[in-house]
Design a protein around this ligand. Structure first.
Ligand code: NAG
Ligand code: NAG
Ligand code: NAG
Ligand code: NAG
Ligand code: NAG
Length: 257
């Protein structure tokens, strides 16, 4: 039905051409790439930013393709309905608010270091909630309206007692999967431990994080503020920067790195 020109356009706007394009490696380059391409010489797309996550097990969706399990109420699996995910999590670990005590051996830096490492390996972006100028409110609605898949609270929950509320949850963005068409999720950064959060995972971002005014290859520094004479990270150049909302009068954007 479609002309090859129309197919080309579709291929581009869906990002399919990006994930399926052949990657040519510069075999004698002394440098690793920002996108992670060619880190694995035999499989140049392994660990590359903006590609699907690897799977250890095949996906299991309610409809076999895309709908999350547990979506259809009353659906039976091996004769039983699926328990609410919040109930499963409560059964595995429940902590009442008053019994939380400070760890005697590790500081908070332990947790932050672990999270920092994790944030160097994977970053899943949410699906857009603003499609065709119609905004879906995943923060306030308890209904399944894609891409919102709110987490329901079981009766008797030890910490969430307000009736009729749920935990907001937005499904992550899907990536083109021309092989099986089963929904796959996408990693926006390289899966390598290569300080993606410092240097970026895409060429334009990586370039913008460098000082382009000379050839020293230094990182760019904040042009507005210093901290007791020491450099700060550059600001994000984005009028929608989240940090702008934390104090409307201060007008301080988030750091870019
Ligand atoms: C808190 O811990 C104490 C001592 O282990 C226990 O007796 C008590 O039941 C706990 N409180 C709650 C609400 O779980
Ligand atoms: C680039 O380096 C120069 C010289 O050190 C410095 O004055 C300037 O602030 C730097 N610019 C950025 C964007 O980091
Ligand atoms: C910020 O973005 C605007 C619009 O995209 C661009 O014109 C400007 O050069 C950018 N400024 C910096 C410092 O990157
Ligand atoms: C917001 O920023 C203004 C101007 O920098 C400052 O005076 C004010 O204390 C800030 N408000 C808060 C709540 O931090
Ligand atoms: C930083 O400095 C630039 C150029 O003077 C200015 O346009 C920008 O608003 C400043 N940003 C902040 C957050 O102060």
């Amino acid at each position: 039905v479609l002309s090859s020109q129309q197919k080309d356009i579709l291929f581009k706007v869906t990002g399919c051409n990006y994930v399926t394009r052949p990657i040519r490696c510069v075999l004698n380059s002394p440098y690793r790439t920002i996108t992670g391409e060619c880190n694995n010489r035999e499989h140049p797309h392994f660990g590359v930013a903006n590609h699907a996550y690897a799977r250890w097990l095949p996906a299991e969706y309610e409809d076999g393709i895309s709908l999350p399990r547990g979506l259809i109420e009353g659906q039976l699996y091996h004769g039983h309905p699926l328990p609410l995910v919040r109930k499963v999590s409560n059964e595995i670990i429940t902590t009442s608010n008053e019994n939380v005590t400070a760890d005697q051996e590790r500081s908070l830096a332990f947790m932050h270091w672990g999270q920092w490492i994790d944030h160097d390996l994977d970053l899943a972006h949410e699906s857009p909630t603003n499609i065709e100028n119609k905004k879906v409110e995943c923060d306030t609605s308890c209904n399944y309206v894609p891409p919102c898949f709110p987490i329901k609270i079981p009766p008797g929950d030890s910490r969430i007692v307000t009736p009729g509320i749920c935990m907001p949850f937005v499904r992550t963005a899907a990536v083109c999967n021309p092989k099986t068409f089963v929904r796959e999720q996408l990693n926006s950064i390289t899966s390598f431990l290569d300080a993606s959060a410092v240097y970026g995972s895409e060429e334009p971002l990586a370039r913008s994080l460098r000082n382009q005014s000379n050839s020293l290859g230094l990182m760019a520094i904040n042009q507005n503020f210093t901290d007791a004479g020491l450099a700060l990270l550059p600001f994000e150049n984005n009028s929608n920067s989240l940090c702008l909302h934390t104090n409307k009068t201060a007008k301080i954007p988030c750091f870019k790195a």
